[in-house]
Design a protein around this ligand. Structure first.
Ligand code: HAM
Length: 555
């Protein structure tokens, strides 16, 4: 092999050393606990708004970036022109904005005001934070999110579940249950322009029930569906609790036995194992609301008090017992009933709770069968019985469960249970159902805390391609196209950059190779390929690049 010419200079000892130095500093950052998706670090990835230099062979690539104020002024001009000239369409439906003349003139005025106040707007600093409790997803955050969703999707399909979705905006009435649940008070609700009471979904289960109901029994049961919706709750912000979160949902409809719950628990554990957690890190508490139902039935409490009682009992951990007692009394429960309930719920083993329940308890029978199936799945060491777990949603009717951090530092990782009567409360046919919701926030906290989250800092392209000089840009485009056709992810450097910048950029983004189109090699029908993992480089014939890529990336 002949000694590469121009490009060999780039790979000189100095640059190579710098490249290594970059890798060292990235690793040092990670070791120092900075592996998270830090926004401040990420923002340095953003392109600087400097005007681009015109490149002879690039057509329109030399266009300068228009000043922001001018761009917004022209945008408001075109919008005011549009609103000023619009008239109701001939026939067909018209939007409120078109038929409401007042609204039209207000819109036009606002557009004109917008034009007048361009200068004022330029000096009023915009709050660059997203609304409280919500998140921006910069590329590293987005990579983390996609990784998590991929894990969820892949586990769900491993268990034969199909993905579904629904609108984030739903009718408010889907959530206004009257059992005193926290979630009802946390609704992001408003009246839309058509006077409808709507809400951003705080959870997915009611939407799922609505979708099942809409098919009027036309869906083949049992169905196993999953989704990853964004949910909105006006929460008090604590660690792992925010005002929007993504929630992995897995639900089984049409199965009345605990086989459904066992399958769901197994899927959840499969996920934990895949991301590197063990049963020493995470446990799943299970209980059955059937226990409460049986105590209430034994003491003659009417069935309609069941859901509200469960919601109140769920608060036992967070609210002083005396307050809960008062609330239960206000609900109409006798003091003796309350004492009995609270004493039953402190039991920590199936044996001890069996002793305080009526003989032949169905709830205990089901819990024992569930634990036995967990044994068959090989997940028994993850699961513990805990009579105090009731969950806060009103619609659960039977088994309930909650995944928790065994160190006790974080809030519930996931929660779910059986909700056989939800469809009935919407006026549908009674249909058994069970499922869980698993939020993205707590699990990421936990993985970060255990230091088992992969790095998401680099973009992870396979190859960075760059031309040494703008007159070689067309050649670089061709090289990038060959490599992309081979299925490689290629970051083509779009501007005339110094080699030092390119290597630093490639290293920061954890690229595997740099392909350099340099004059002397190009004249010889070759490019320089630098393996960034070892810092070595060689020349490759352009015609053989496809084969080189196949070989370099074979796994
Ligand atoms: P949930 O217990 O209200 O259940 O929420 C399930 C999970 O979503 C929680 O364990 C937590 O991981 C996450 N989560 C809830 N609220 C927040 C929040 N404000 N910030 C961050 N994460 C949160 C349900 O939503 C049920 N619909 C689950 C279900 C599906 N049950 C049957 N099928």
């Amino acid at each position: 092999m002949r000694i590469p010419h121009t490009a060999m200079f780039i790979a000189s000892a100095i640059l190579h050393r710098r490249h290594r130095a970059t890798i060292v500093s990235v690793s040092a950052f990670r070791l120092a606990g900075g592996g998270g998706a830090g926004v401040s670090r990420t923002s340095s990835f953003a392109p600087r708004p400097t005007p681009r230099r015109a490149v002879a062979s690039s057509g329109g690539r030399g266009t300068d970036v228009a000043p922001l104020a001018a761009a917004s002024a022209s945008a408001s001009e075109s919008s005011s022109a549009a609103s000023g000239s619009s008239s109701p369409p001939p026939g067909g439906r018209s939007s409120a904005a078109v038929t409401d003349g007042d609204l039209l003139s207000r819109t036009a005025d606002a557009a004109v005001d917008g034009r007048k106040s361009t200068t004022a707007a330029a000096v009023v600093a915009l709050d660059s934070n997203p609304p409280k409790g919500t998140r921006d997803f910069y590329p590293p955050d987005m990579r983390l999110r996609s990784w998590l969703f991929d894990q969820w999707r892949s586990v769900a399909s491993l268990y034969g579940f199909s993905e579904y979705d629904a609108p984030v905006l739903e009718s408010e009435s889907l959530y206004t249950r009257k059992a005193g649940e926290e979630v009802t008070g946390q609704l992001y609700n408003f009246v839309d322009k058509g006077g409808r009471n709507v809400a951003l979904r705080p959870e997915m289960t009611p939407s799922l029930a609505r979708m099942v109901m809409a098919k009027k029994g036309g869906l083949p049961l049992p169905l196993k569906w999953f989704s990853i919706p964004q949910c909105w709750r006006y929460e008090r912000m604590t660690r792992g609790r925010r005002r929007e979160h993504y929630q992995w949902n897995m639900d089984v409809w049409g199965v009345s036995g605990i086989e459904a719950e066992a399958e769901l628990l197994s899927a959840m554990v499969t996920f934990f194992v895949r991301v590197g957690l063990t049963s020493d890190d995470v446990g799943i508490k299970v209980n059955s609301r059937g226990v409460i139902a049986e105590v209430l039935a034994e003491l003659g409490v009417p069935e309609d008090k069941f859901a509200s009682t469960c919601v109140l009992v769920d608060k036992l951990e967070k609210v002083p017992l005396d307050e809960i007692r008062e609330d239960l009394e206000a609900l109409g429960l006798e003091r003796s009933t309350i004492e009995r309930l609270t004493s039953v719920l402190t039991n920590t083993s199936i044996e001890s709770i069996s002793g305080v329940l009526p003989p032949g308890s169905r709830a205990i029978e089901q819990l024992s069968a569930l634990l036995d199936l967990c044994d068959a799945y090989g997940i028994r060491d993850w699961v513990t019985f805990d009579a105090s777990v009731v969950r806060g949603l009103a619609y659960y009717t039977g088994v309930v469960f909650e995944a928790f951090d065994r160190r006790g530092a974080l809030r519930a990782i996931a929660g779910g249970g059986r909700y056989d009567r939800l469809l009935e409360t919407f006026g549908g046919e009674p249909t058994p159902a069970a499922g869980f919701g698993f939020g993205d926030a707590v699990i990421v906290e936990l993985l970060r805390e255990r230091n088992i989250l992969p790095s998401f800092e680099g973009s992870g392209f396979d190859i960075v391609v760059f031309a040494m000089g703008s007159d070689l840009y067309r050649a670089a485009v061709e090289v990038a196209s060959v490599l992309r056709a081979e299925g490689r992810t290629v970051d083509l450097i779009l501007e005339d950059k110094k080699a030092k910048w390119v290597f630093k950029h490639a290293s920061r983004n954890e690229a595997g190779y740099c392909v350099i189109v340099a004059e002397a090699e190009y004249e010889n029908g070759e490019v320089v390929v630098k393996d960034l993992s070892v810092g070595e480089q060689r020349t490759v014939k352009i015609g053989a690049l496809g084969d080189w890529a196949k070989e370099a990336f074979q796994s």
